[in-house]
Design a protein around this ligand. Structure first.
Ligand SMILES: C[S@@+](CC[C@H](N)C(=O)[O-])C[C@H]1O[C@@H](n2cnc3c(N)ncnc32)[C@H](O)[C@@H]1O
Length: 283
């Protein structure tokens, strides 16, 4: 096993920043052995099938396929989420959106919260895990993505998330209009033709999870302008965005009537989340 692991590591050199770690992850995935078992038993021989599976996974990784898709899983907010090529691979920086949303959720006893563009369900499920009595509504335009999100909710035993398919607010029934206290969304925000789309994991991820029109801002325009019709007075809208998009998001929120508009930066110091609140009820 030690020789096989080393062979895998050698093949990943120059293809990834973490060849040793990734070779171990793929060996663990194909053999069912833990990392500790792999390290402690370098002379152990793997079955023919596990060896072939490992070699196949290394081939695919050398070809650029994301490690999360190869293993079918990614951890987010300490939740092990199933992922497939139908969903964006949840990013660590999106945990900032969860943190900020939880702070706003604490303002209500039992808020109604919507996660628009839920993908794997990462944001909705993290919020639901932290706040089990809350009603959480998760939407996506992709039926396949919602299939993964539902699967994650079942695997994690999280029962307070409802899933709806459709474009942004079209996914929500008329009964919900003016009833949502908080909207959180990590929409697509990359512009068509952005060179980043050719780098790292991005070429493998769904286009509709990444690209939002020619300027990357189309989804913000729709969500921000329509949100006031769905939120209660004093309701909050929280959006993840690209580091260079904060000013644009702020202006759109001001135009839509949001107050208390505040930006937040991720651990790398990059502006990543902007939130705003609707005015309180009149009178
Ligand atoms: C950047 S991904 C975010 C996924 C997940 N919330 C996360 O943070 O990992 C954006 C998601 O929005 C969905 N989406 C794109 N356009 C949409 C639209 N018009 N209406 C609803 N969902 C949309 C995509 O299918 C994708 O799942």
């Amino acid at each position: 096993m030690g020789a096989l692991l080393e062979e895998g590591r050698q093949r990943l050199l120059g293809k990834t920043d973490q060849p040793s770690q990734e070779a171990q992850i793929l060996l663990s995935h194909s053999s069912g052995l833990t990392h500790a078992q792999i390290i402690a038993n370098p002379d152990h021989s793997l079955s023919e099938k596990s060896t072939a599976d490992f070699t196949g996974l290394i081939d695919r990784r050398v070809n650029g396929e994301p490690i999360a898709y190869l293993c079918g899983a990614r951890e987010f907010w300490s939740l092990k989420l199933t992922v497939s090529k139908d969903v964006l691979i949840p990013r660590p920086e999106t945990e900032l959106l969860v943190e900020r949303t939880l702070i706003r959720m604490a303002l209500w006893e039992s808020p109604v919260v919507a996660d628009l563009g839920t993908g794997s369900g990462a944001v909705a499920l993290a919020l639901a895990k932290e706040s089990p009595p809350t009603r959480i509504i998760a939407t996506d335009r992709s039926d396949d993505a919602l299939g993964i999100a539902r699967q994650n909710s079942q695997q994690l035993g999280i029962n307070n998330v409802e899933f709806y398919c459709g474009r942004w607010f079209d996914a929500l029934g008329p009964k919900l209009k003016s009833r949502i206290n908080i909207i959180a969304s990590n929409p697509p925000y990359v512009m068509e033709g952005d060179p980043h789309l050719l780098q790292g994991d991005l070429p493998w991820e769904p286009r509709q999870a990444l690209i939002s029109g020619r300027d990357g801002l189309a989804a913000f325009g729709t969500i921000i302008s329509e949100a006031p019709r769905w939120l209660t007075p004093s309701g909050w809208l929280l959006l993840e965005h690209g580091p260079a998009q904060q000013d644009h998001v702020r202006v759109l929120m001001e135009e839509a009537g949001f107050l208390e508009i505040t930006g937040h930066s991720d651990l790398a110091g990059l502006p990543r989340v902007t939130e705003g609140q609707l005015p309180p009820p009149c009178g």
